[in-house]
Design a protein around this ligand. Sequence first.
Ligand code: TXA
Ligand code: MG
Length: 321
Amino acid sequence: MQTKILKPDINGINGAAKLLRDGETVAFATETVYGLGADACNDAAVAKIFKAKDRPDFNPLIVHFADIDQIAKFAEIPDAAEPLLALWPGPLTLVLPKKPNSGLSDLVTAGLETVAIRIPAQPVAQQLLRRFDGPLAAPSANPSGKVSATSAAHVQDGLGGRIAAILDGGNCAIGLESTIVGFENGSAVLLRPGGIPTAVIENLTGQKLGQSKTKTISAPGQLASHYAPDVMIRINAKAPRANEAWLGFGQNLRLAPGLNLSSSADLTEAAVNLFDALRKMDAICKKHGFQGFAVAPIPQTGLGLAINDRLSRAAAPRQNH
Ligand code: TXA
Ligand code: MG
């Protein structure tokens, strides 16, 4: 299949919406990472997402809407979720009780009683959702287990030839996936750290975010190995070893061939650069014949939580999924 590259203008957005209505898959930019979209109410279309990504089908997908008013038919909003609605549109996903007979494909929720919902803010994503006028299921637009895509070129690299089109919305402004929050016993629990720091969520709810007690879903982003480049990664390193390249943070000396996530030690900048840097480090290691690369310590505050979460999964022993 030839993957079309669509410009983020009226024609491109209309073209993308038409392909989606016809049951095809289209990757589109959000402020977090690129998503691989399909009509969330069309089983055959959703099945194409799993096929293109090689994603295990027990892993449920996030459903994207243009605004809160569209959600009522599909999910309930528990009281504990109300204060967090202020963060929409934005890099937040809420796992909510699913309404019966909503019309969502069962593949989207992998048979769970809950559905993950997000309202992205990125203008092209907003226009596409409005034009399509319905829910779009969209996981990150990368082959399962691999590094997420923050540009149209990244999507083309991983999924070119396997999806109908890419709606090019430029580089993603945040660069990390959404923060996922669920609700257990009337309180918010953190399911995945992401683009909204947990402190922002805790300020709105007035409570510490709990950790989820249910271990029933094996979410791919929650599997030990994910976001993995081809070469090996060693995190929290003081310096590179002889056969390693170096991914720095802050004022590290240029200790070996490599890159710096943010020389001013800015976590927002590091988040934007993270996935692109993981891809480039792969290439740098291959060029120099290194087995892998070492990564400088990243502070465990603010966006650092999500950055360290992604790095530790990228560094974990690889699983076949
Ligand atoms: O920023 C993002 O969240 C991006 C953009 C495209 O929106 N999407 C994204 O999707 O990261 P994905 O599929 O790569 O990660 C979604 C995560 C997975 O770990 C999935 O298992 C989890 O959300 N998830 C989906 N539905 C769920 C549910 N009902 N309960 C718990 N986790 C769920
Ligand atoms: Mg993903």
